[in-house]
Design a protein around this ligand. Structure first.
Ligand SMILES: [Zn+2]
Length: 324
């Protein structure tokens, strides 16, 4: 059994078939990072199995406040992080009220065996992404896939800088980080996003009792016919974290609320790696219509002339040394 999943069997989960509704009327942005679930991991549990203790919980959230407090202030809001360490809820959420932009961060999520430091940081980054993650918006907030993409595209890089990863990095994903970035600090920034994404993807898998582990080299090849604003499936979310981490757009260029090409990787920008996965993202009409990122396409069975075209383009990019 995967070591990240060792705690999953401790709880009987009641995971709803659907996802939490998003209630824009009361400015609830993300009513749950995870699907609604009845799991509670109280402080009285076996703390020795947990990576995250209270000091680390606070250290992560101190860092979030330090880095993003001023950024949110520059956008007219006040970042308020509700530190619910004693609350056993395995989730996180975001909302706005008055001038305050809130993150609710729960101890139960931090205490889950799948949650590493980078995973917990990534969840905070996802919640921030609802506030400032840019395009695409649902109502006035960034949608779920967009918040995931922002988490590794910008936020995890800002949180960790070029610091070396805290543990081993998946070899397939590491190859992408090495291919996309030319020096160790920027590669490390990619790697930290990868590690955070893997942690929370294992958490999704555990909460769903899914027998299939999400992997970097088994991307979701589905192509959505419309923008999916809700939580994508587990593999699709991992793909989004991976692509955001692998995007080599300038970190100094902020994302835009209206233009998906700004500060991001898109086909229209000429990029073939690091783009928002098509399993949830429906690009604007002026985006070249390729069905998936080339990082994914190398493993695909060819099913249509469009996919053949995508595959050929991906191989050409690889031969040009731009792909992975
Ligand atoms: Zn969310």
């Amino acid at each position: 059994m995967n070591k990240y999943l060792k705690g999953a069997a401790l709880a009987v989960l009641a995971v709803s078939a659907g996802y939490a509704a998003h209630r824009s009327s009361n400015k609830q942005l993300c009513s749950g990072f995870l699907p609604e679930n009845d799991m509670k991991i109280e402080l009285s549990g076996d703390v020795h199995m947990n990576t995250i203790q209270e000091a680390m919980f606070n250290r992560v959230l101190d860092r979030v406040q330090q880095v993003y407090g001023p950024i949110i202030a520059s956008k007219g809001g006040t970042l308020v992080i509700n530190r619910k360490w004693t609350d056993g809820t395995v989730n996180a959420s975001a909302y706005q009220s008055g001038g305050n932009w809130y993150l609710n961060m729960y101890g139960g999520l931090a205490r889950h065996a799948a949650t590493t430091e980078e995973g917990f940081m990534l969840v905070a980054c996802h919640e921030l992404g609802h506030h400032i993650g840019g395009y695409p918006k649902m109502s006035w907030a960034t949608n779920e896939g967009g918040a995931d993409y922002f988490a590794t595209l910008k936020c995890m890089r800002n949180m960790y800088g070029g610091a070396a990863p805290l543990g081993e990095v998946d070899p397939y994903a590491d190859k992408a980080c090495q291919s996309q970035f030319g020096d160790e600090p920027t590669r490390n920034a990619c790697r930290n996003g990868v590690r955070g994404g893997q942690s929370v993807a294992f958490l999704f898998q555990a909460l769903r009792n899914s027998p299939t582990p999400p992997k970097f080299d088994t991307p979701d090849t589905s192509v959505t016919s419309r923008m999916n604003n809700a939580h994508p499936d587990t593999q699709c979310r991992l793909d989004t974290y991976f692509q955001g981490a692998a995007c080599n757009a300038s970190l100094g260029t902020d994302v835009s609320n209206s233009d998906p090409n700004v500060g991001s990787c898109t086909k229209k920008n000429g990029q073939v790696v690091g783009i928002r996965p098509r399993c949830w993202y429906k690009p604007p009409a002026d985006e070249p219509n390729f069905s998936e990122a080339p990082m994914a396409s190398k493993k695909l069975e060819l099913k249509s002339s469009e996919e053949v075209g995508t595959r050929i383009e991906a191989l050409r990019e690889v031969l040009l040394g731009r792909g992975v």
